[in-house]
Design a protein around this ligand. Structure first.
Ligand code: 5GP
Ligand code: MN
Length: 338
């Protein structure tokens, strides 16, 4: 994002506009937090703004300020389509390619609105009028903070903006433990606390709202955990039957993949989750250190993300997907266990 870009965006936002803000499909804390943080900022500046999520998101995010105003495309297609048709500006947040917006892809592609991307994923596609992409950033929420700051408006950040942005920084940094959280990330977080984000309440709202069933499902996941020491790899499987038995709800498996990485000497962790209805296995990948799960996912599982956190999918059965995964590992032996 150049100084000229900022100047143009400032001019653009100097009068009320029709704005749509879109996170990626299956939005996580960073996606919803960044969208709602930006939403509160735009509303405060007299714009007509709407967050439209491609599909539903987990209950542990539904306390975020402004949640009641979020539209879900999947369950409100007509209203969403007319908002997008009339939009003058569309912000796309926390994703790097239009297909990540799921069923909203074509709508966004065909829209004549000025598009502004704010994102920290690798290999951003060139679909937006203004691209603010920085893969070194901890989170899109940190970037939205910087974006507001670049526009000269950091002093106007209020509790609603601060709470939304803090929530996304917290979730995307694994509670400030991933290497991507820098001293500056902490300074931004500190500023957000000064503006009214209650760090303790936010943590509790996100992480201390487990259902009994979710903990039972975690038990199943941990029982299914397998370790392949020669590749310093661990993986978990969850079948649709296992999910059903635990009364699975969206978001219940969030964070499970990290347990693999918590084992001593393990640097690569995966979880394979069967989604019978969609006919796919959803894959989450995590690594510690140099090994790029972004590359591993884009080379093998039609996905991507960051060096240390990525996702992907497979059309094979759960068993065949795991078999494919294991058969690929030798190709990465030098990276995994040099
Ligand atoms: P998660 O494993 O938590 O779903 O995702 C980890 C990271 O990878 C997130 O930053 C997410 O946006 C990204 N990601 C997840 N699934 C996909 C996918 O199918 N394709 C791409 N390109 N990125 C993904
Ligand atoms: Mn993110």
């Amino acid at each position: 994002m150049t100084e000229q870009d900022i100047k143009e965006i400032k001019t653009l936002l100097s009068s009320p506009k029709q704005v749509v803000i879109v996170p990626h499909k299956n939005p996580d804390g960073d996606a919803m937090g960044s969208c709602l943080g930006l939403y509160h900022y735009l509303i405060k500046n007299n714009h007509h703004a709407k967050v439209i999520a491609p599909n539903d998101y987990p209950d542990f995010l539904k306390w975020l300020p402004g949640n009641a105003d979020v539209m879900v495309y999947e369950s409100d297609k007509n209203s969403a389509e007319s908002l997008i048709e009339n939009a003058e500006i569309i912000f796309t947040l926390d994703f790097n390619a239009l297909h990540r917006a799921g069923d909203m892809e074509t709508l966004l592609e065909n829209s004549k609105a000025i598009k502004i991307m704010i994102d920290h994923h690798q290999q951003p596609h060139d679909y937006a009028t203004y691209i603010y992409s920085d893969v070194a950033m901890s989170s899109t929420c940190e970037m939205v903070y910087d974006f507001i700051d670049l526009l000269g408006d950091a002093p106007t950040i209020d509790a609603a903006i601060a709470t939304s942005l803090y929530a996304g920084i917290l979730t995307d940094t694994g509670s400030f433990r991933f290497p991507s959280s820098t001293s500056k990330t902490h300074r931004v977080a500190a500023n957000l606390i000064d503006k009214g984000a209650n760090h303790s309440d936010i943590y509790n709202s996100i992480y201390d709202t487990n259902s009994y069933e979710r903990l039972q499902l975690l038990g199943v996941a941990l029982k299914n955990l397998k370790v392949i020491p020669e590749y310093r790899t661990a993986y978990i499987t969850l079948s649709q039957d296992e999910l059903n038995a635990a009364n699975f709800k969206k978001g219940d498996t969030e964070g499970f993949v990290n347990y693999g990485l918590s084992i001593k000497n393990i640097v690569f962790a995966a979880i394979f989750i069967e989604h019978k209805q969609e006919g796919i296995i959803k894959i989450s990948l995590r690594s510690e250190g140099e090994f790029s799960v972004n590359a591993f996912s884009s080379e093998n599982f039609d996905g991507g993300g960051h060096t240390n956190a990525a996702g992907g999918k497979s059309d094979l059965s759960l068993i065949d997907t795991v078999e494919k995964f294991i058969s690929i590992l030798p190709r990465y032996k030098n990276n995994l266990n040099p």
